[in-house]
Design a protein around this ligand. Structure first.
Ligand SMILES: [Zn+2]
Length: 366
């Protein structure tokens, strides 16, 4: 498992096709006729909010209907739909950090994007911020008239990746919206947006797929049925994250074996991971052990991978186990703060494994 947080290119196309995701199609049909000029799609990552936003933009800009007719599903073959597919639609502006453009395979800016910026991505680390130049471009874009007679759309993703300068520029535009421009803000962490931006938007909380829909979608994209349920469990039910994980090459069996491996002092599937990812995996395990100890169900690890651990019935043992898990959770939270740039990654991993082994000692069936 080399990359679990980024979306591999082969999964990228699948993650933007909302028509193929029934849970997104349901939401789209309600949002197409949403009044107002600004819509904020918010919810946890991995549910497809970028695909939903792109679908709405295509529907609004589709030229298969008369300009004044109500929006409907995009036809997929008119000049407008085609221009969006090849990312040259003059009336759609997508504001996305370079790093996300690369992850989604969205390497061409729409409209008259700054070519210099796009080309320079090979020379330095791709930015994770929506750049100030992009926001300036947005202001020019929103002030001119549309080119194809269907209005204009500005799509901002992920909206929380605006810094103070870009967020204020957007806020000004939202406060005095130019006619004929719709704004689509997409966010996995809307609490990090300026409250004044949120209050200018109609907010839509992303809806989750049901388990069957999510598993069927994964299956259609090449994930074996037997693996789909486990992958979904690992990522907390988010189908796009499950697909990214499937494409990352992670062996599901390694995930199932991880608690036992750690209990024996082995790093297991953590070994090749960057420390920050290893910490996130351990936090999931820590969460599940807490849940198990309290008599609840694990969330990320299938129950069969945790059969060696059990709810605490013996009171003194239970309080020791609670203390050990609490300490582990604190250690993980502390490590998470430095895990992005560890001074000595190997030492950090060894210490993570040792902490896990100590914590996993408690609550085991004897
Ligand atoms: Zn069309």
């Amino acid at each position: 498992m080399s990359k679990t947080t980024s979306t591999p290119m082969n999964a990228a196309a699948a993650t933007t096709n909302a028509a193929d995701m029934p849970w997104l199609a349901r939401q789209a049909s309600r949002l197409l006729h949403q009044p107002g000029h600004a819509l904020l799609l918010q919810g946890p990552s991995g549910l497809g909010q970028f695909g939903l936003a792109l679908y709405l933009a295509r529907a609004w800009l589709c030229e298969s209907r008369p300009p004044d007719a109500p929006a409907a599903a995009p036809c997929g073959h008119c000049a407008g739909c085609h221009a969006i597919a090849v990312r040259t639609h003059p009336d759609l502006l997508v504001l996305m950090p370079e790093a996300h453009q690369l992850e989604l395979g969205w390497t061409v800016d729409s409209g008259d994007a700054a070519d210099g910026e796009a080309k320079s991505t090979t020379k330095r680390k791709p930015s994770r911020d929506i750049r100030v130049d992009a926001m300036r471009q947005m202001i020019t874009f929103s002030q001119r008239t549309d080119s194809r007679g269907r209005g204009k759309v500005v799509l901002v993703y992920p909206a929380e990746n605006m810094n103070a300068v870009t967020a204020n520029a957007l806020l000004k535009t939202l406060e005095e919206p130019p006619g004929g421009t719709r704004f689509l803000l997409v966010s996995d962490a809307a609490d990090r947006l300026l409250p004044t931006i949120r209050s200018r938007c109609h907010t839509w909380a992303m809806q989750w797929p049901d388990a069957r829909e999510a598993a069927d979608w994964l299956h259609r994209h090449g994930v074996a049925e037997a693996q789909a349920a486990t992958l979904l469990q690992i990522v907390g039910g988010r189908p796009l994250d499950a697909l990214a994980l499937a494409h990352s090459g992670m062996n599901v069996q390694d995930w199932l074996n991880l608690p036992q491996a750690l209990a024996q002092g082995h790093a297991g599937l953590l070994a090749p991971l960057p420390p920050a990812q290893a910490v996130r995996v351990l936090q999931k395990l820590c969460h599940d052990l807490h849940s198990l100890l309290a008599g609840g169900a694990p969330r990320y690890f299938p129950p069969q991978s945790l059969t060696a651990w059990q709810p605490a019935t013996d009171a003194p043992l239970a309080s020791t186990a609670w203390a050990a898990l609490g300490q582990w959770a604190q250690q993980l939270a502390q490590t998470a703060r430095t895990a992005e740039h560890p001074l000595a990654p190997e030492l950090m991993l060894a210490s993570l494994v040792e902490q896990a082994r100590n914590a996993l000692h408690w609550g085991r069936r004897r």
